[in-house]
Design a protein around this ligand. Structure first.
Ligand code: NAP
Length: 206
């Protein structure tokens, strides 16, 4: 699949690494082209400026801080009809709380800004887990996927599966309110409670 990753930071680079390893055709973009090029070269991807990076993209991963999403979307140009994966968590500056929740979520706010279908996914994975890969000793790490667009959700489920993650259908985009809170708990457990960043939330059934 043709996938554009916006952002070459912790999560962006991890996504480029794992998507490229899974055989996808990956383009990485951002404000500093030399940084995008560096990550692209490292993982066998391509780089392109923000304005043209999503021209042929079947999936666009927004791996930028929540507060930077509006500016990034502006720079990307129209994404009408495309599928955007929102990995963001709307964190307070000390990373120990969420700036929005209960009545909305980052994903729902992002959906208001774009003509693309928005899928919440990957936000509960530490970048370090993305970097290391999906396989834990007992099972694969989980990607929770929420969207109001069934076809868009299916596309993201397929891509996460191709990367080696298990997937959990988390329902409509409104449930991003829960997923962003789960990410908040994961951050507390990893950093606040000292469990470290090789942890990952999942759901088990009997
Ligand atoms: N780190 C984690 O473990 C983790 C886990 C799950 C979800 N998340 C979420 O994933 C997102 C990225 O986190 P991160 O840790 O990868 O952050 P990061 O390392 O700081 O990377 C952020 C990236 O966004 C780019 N960026 C910032 N403003 C931009 C704009 N206006 N247009 C285009 N690119 C812009 C930055 O590049 P320039 O500043 O050079 O433009 C950088 O490449 C955040 O929303 C975070 O909440 C993070």
């Amino acid at each position: 699949m043709q996938i554009t990753v916006v952002g070459y930071g912790n999560v962006g680079a991890g996504m480029v690494k794992q998507l490229s390893a899974a055989g996808h055709s990956v383009t990485v973009t951002g404000r500093q082209m030399e940084n995008a090029e560096k990550v692209a070269t490292q993982y066998g991807a391509r780089s392109a400026p923000l304005a043209s990076a999503s021209d042929n993209a079947e999936l666009i991963v927004l791996a930028v801080p929540y507060d930077s999403v509006a500016a990034a979307l502006d720079a990307l140009g129209t994404l009408d009809g495309k599928v955007v994966v929102d990995v963001t968590n709307p964190l307070t500056s000390d990373y120990m709380g969420l700036t929005i929740g209960h009545t909305t979520s980052a994903a729902e706010e992002i959906a208001k800004l774009t003509g693309a279908s928005v899928v919440k996914a990957f936000n509960t994975l530490f970048a370090q887990v993305l970097g290391e890969g999906p396989v834990f000793p007992s099972q694969a790490a989980s990607v929770f996927v929420a969207s109001d667009d069934a076809a868009a959700k299916e596309r993201v489920v397929a891509v996460a599966g191709s990367m080696g993650f298990s997937t959990i259908d988390a329902g409509g985009l409104k449930n991003a309110r829960y997923l962003e809170a789960v990410a908040g708990l994961n951050i507390y457990l990893g950093y606040g409670a000292g469990l470290g960043t090789q942890i990952s939330p999942t759901w088990i059934t009997r």
